[in-house]
Each structure stands twice: as C-alpha cells, then as structure tokens.
Design a protein around this ligand. Structure first.
Ligand code: KG4
Ligand code: ZN
Length: 344
C-alpha cells in the first residue's frame, strides 16, 4: 500500500510517499519540503495568511516532485493522507483541500492525521527505530508534552507545559537576543560559544513533583538580563546568555524526562519535534539515559521539524495497526485545536 502524505499546518509544506510492507515499519519512498522561513523572517514570526498562500503555490509542484523521485504516478497511490490539525486553520485547509481534491478525482480514500502523532511516530523512520512501549518527549514550537505510548493510537498524557512550549522559549529568548526567526537553531548556534553557567536563570517547575513544564518565567528572566546588558552587549555576553538559556531549558527537559521514565518504569525514551534537533539536548539525554540503561531514540535530523514523511508514516502505521480506516470522505474538516489524547 502506498500512502501519499501532505503536511501544511504551519510554515512548512511537506509531501511524502511511504509504502507499507506486510509487516514492519513502512518505508519512506520519497519526500520533499518547502520551508517558508524566508517568507516570514521579516515579520519575526509566521503570518498565517502568507503561509496559506504559499502552501497553495507549493503543494502540487512538491507532489509532482515526490512522485517522480519515487518513480510513481498518482495512479499508484492507494491512500491520500493529510494533516487535519492542530495548526493554523487556513494553512491546514490548503493541505486538506488539495488532498481531498486529489483523492476525489482519483476515487481514493483519505485519512486526516494528527500533526503531533506524526512527530511522535517520526523516529520510526530513523536508522534505529524504537519499539513499543515508550515514554515520548514531544518538544515542538507549539507543544511540550510527556506521554506514555503503549502502541499506535494509545497515548497517555503524563505532563505538559502550562504556558509556553520549549520551542517557544527558544524562539522568544532568541528574539530578545536579537537573533532571527525561527530562533531555536540560531540560539543553539550562539550558545555553542558561550558559558552555560554564566547567568543563573530559573528552572521553572523543576521540583514541582509532577511532570508539567513552565517556560514563561524563563523568557522574563532572559528579558531582565538583556536589559541589564544594555544597548551594546559584547559577543561574549550574548553567547553566555544564549548558553545559559539553553542550559535552563535542556536541564528541565532532561530531568522531567527521567522522572517520567521512573514513574512509568519504562526503559525507552523517544524524543520528537523541532527542539529534538537540539544537539545539547541530545548530548545530555544520551549521557543521562546511558547511565540508567535507558534506550533513547530520535528522528533523523531532517525529520525533526515539520515534514510530510511523518504524516504519511503516521497514516500508514494507523492503517497497519487497524486504528483508522481510510474512507472516501472529502469534507476536509480540519481541527486547528485538537488534543492528541482525543484521538483513539
Ligand atoms: O516541530 P516544529 O517544526 O514545529 C511545530 O510543530 O511547532 O518545531 C519548531 C520549533 C521552533 O520553535 C524552533 O525554534 C525549534 O523547533 N527548533 C530548535 C532547533 N531546531 C528547531 N530549538 C532548539 N534547537 C534547535 N536546534
Ligand atoms: Zn510540528
């Protein structure tokens, strides 16, 4: 079975084709991505209307590119999957609309996929795929969650952020430091040259005894330091503040992940979402997990941030597991707000 997947929930248009074998993880045949980072850069964040218009421009050429790379045509596709939510309503409607129009024209079934389930399952496409069950640390621009994952579709929320997401903390701190959008990778690059112990920044909820996160206070603490540094901070001061900010975020993510492993008694951790690309987070998680004989899995770096491969994969895995049925439903009802626990 060949599944075409379309992702358009935010500022990346992603298309991919995966193929399921009888058993085992589906195989990624081809994927293509267009990032809108340059389009939104001047505005310091994603402009929803511009995002939707750009998805419209990109999605069909990317689909043609993926099919060509995979050596297929639309006639070879069995199911058309798309991101149903959560995300920007207008942006989601583009992917959903195109997916449903293609499927209707070809007489194919469709399947709307949860974006976070895509992230969560994306490490299955890596060279070292996980096995169920595991603890998932989902760290993206909009979400920070710890979950107990029993199998495809069985996700128990253990804890989540009560305010900003980890990616948001990176992005907002980066903005305060005068770095571009999206700030996560830029802040991480600057942090590599700084001293993580230079500034004492808060580790919110570190000792709260639960598995929730809070990052809004950190952003305020970074703002206070930026103001103290005045109009002309030195390169060293900026690098030190970036390193200290990253250290605060990473420490909380690592400690809470270890607490989740302890609470659940599981010995496997799966990290996904854009912040999962952060090298310092990976370094510290690898070290902490090795000491505890816990296996840790990540998506390939290229599949950490939004992409079509994870959407095609999640659809294929749900179909394989009998969790979903692809149906000739062309209503493209998107769900901009959609808690992951609500899916079965
Ligand atoms: O998963 P994603 O592509 O989009 C959402 O679903 O939100 O995650 C994007 C987030 C952004 O906040 C971005 O700054 C962050 O992931 N990010 C990083 C890194 N690469 C991306 N944060 C820290 N270090 C990185 N290397
Ligand atoms: Zn995402």
């Amino acid at each position: 079975m060949k599944v075409l997947g379309i992702e358009s929930s935010c500022d990346e248009t992603g298309v991919a084709l995966v193929e399921t074998a009888d058993a085992g993880v589906p195989i990624l045949r081809a994927h293509a991505l267009h990032s809108q980072v340059q389009l939104h850069e001047a505005y310091g964040g994603v402009v929803p209307e511009l995002a939707s218009r750009d998805h419209i421009r990109r999605v069909l050429p990317l689909t043609a590119q993926v099919l060509e790379q995979a050596g297929c045509t639309l006639r070879d596709v069995d199911v058309v999957a798309y991101t149903r939510g959560p995300g920007l309503a207008g942006a989601l409607l583009v992917g959903a609309g195109v997916a449903c129009a293609l499927a209707a024209a070809l007489g194919l079934p469709t399947l709307g996929v949860h974006h976070l389930e895509g992230h969560l399952l994306s490490p299955f496409l890596s060279a070292d795929p996980p096995e169920f069950p595991f603890v998932a640390l989902l760290v993206s621009g909009g979400h920070t969650q710890l979950m107990r994952v029993q199998c495809v579709g069985d996700y128990e929320l253990l804890g989540e952020t009560i305010d900003d997401a980890a990616g948001e903390a990176f992005d907002k701190s980066a903005k305060l430091l005068g770095l571009g959008y999206p700030g996560g990778p830029a802040l991480a690059a600057l942090a590599a040259q700084g001293d993580p112990a230079a500034y004492a920044l808060p580790r919110p909820l570190l000792h709260s005894g639960d598995l929730d996160f809070s990052f809004a206070g950190l952003k305020t603490a970074v703002l206070t330091q930026v103001r103290r540094l005045g109009d002309a901070p030195t390169d060293t001061q900026r690098a030190n503040l970036a390193a200290s900010t990253q250290a605060a975020i990473v420490e909380v993510l690592v400690k809470k992940s270890l607490a989740a492993l302890k609470t659940t008694g599981l010995a496997r951790l799966v990290v996904s979402g854009g912040v999962g690309a952060n090298r310092e987070l990976r370094r510290q998680l690898d070290a902490a997990c090795a000491r505890r004989r816990v296996r840790v899995h990540y998506p390939e770096l290229a599949l950490c941030t939004d992409n079509g491969a994870m959407i095609a994969l999640a659809a294929a895995m749900r179909l394989q597991a009998g969790r979903s049925r692809a149906t000739p439903d062309y209503g493209f009802a998107v769900r901009p707000r959609w808690p992951l626990q609500d899916i079965g």
